[in-house]
Design a protein. Structure first.
Length: 147
């Protein structure tokens, strides 16, 4: 796997950590969004507990959200769990994530940044995707009702 650059990553939680990371192309096959290497894990005593799905860095705890492979039948609509960018009631942005694969606009109330969405496979072939990530827009509250 080749890199396209490197950057200093600042992680803020109980404290602030700076760490050098290498950047790869978006189409690089990786099971997770980002991987902090063993140098980071050792230096900051990171503990990943897969039974509880939590990662600990010092006293701070974070939810571990591994990707799951999902098969989409041809010309089908499938409801799948996805990773949300917010933990608030809102509407997912409809988008085409790959040619012929569409995430629908859905009203969702994520819990632990996980929510169900509708995915359409408009192609003629069965496709495999990994757990999608969605952007949630807040609900408009400017609506006035007359009674």
């Amino acid at each position: 796997m080749s890199t396209i650059g490197k950057a200093i990553l600042t992680i803020k939680y109980d404290e602030e950590i700076e760490h050098l990371v290498y950047v790869v192309r978006d189409d690089a096959l990786m099971e997770y969004d980002g991987i902090l290497g063993t140098d980071f894990i050792r230096r900051h005593k990171v503990v990943a507990n897969y039974n509880t799905r939590r990662v600990s860095i010092g006293k701070a705890q974070f939810k571990l959200q591994p990707y799951i492979r999902i098969k989409l039948k041809p010309r089908s609509e499938t409801i799948v769990q996805c990773i949300a960018n917010k933990n608030k009631l809102g509407i997912t942005k409809a988008e085409e994530t790959a040619p012929g694969i569409f995430i629908g606009s859905c009203l969702v109330a994520p819990q632990d940044y996980i929510c169900p969405v509708t995915i359409l496979n408009t192609t003629e072939t069965e496709l495999e995707i990994i757990t999608p990530q969605v952007t949630i827009d807040e609900l408009e509250t400017d609506i006035k009702y007359k009674i």
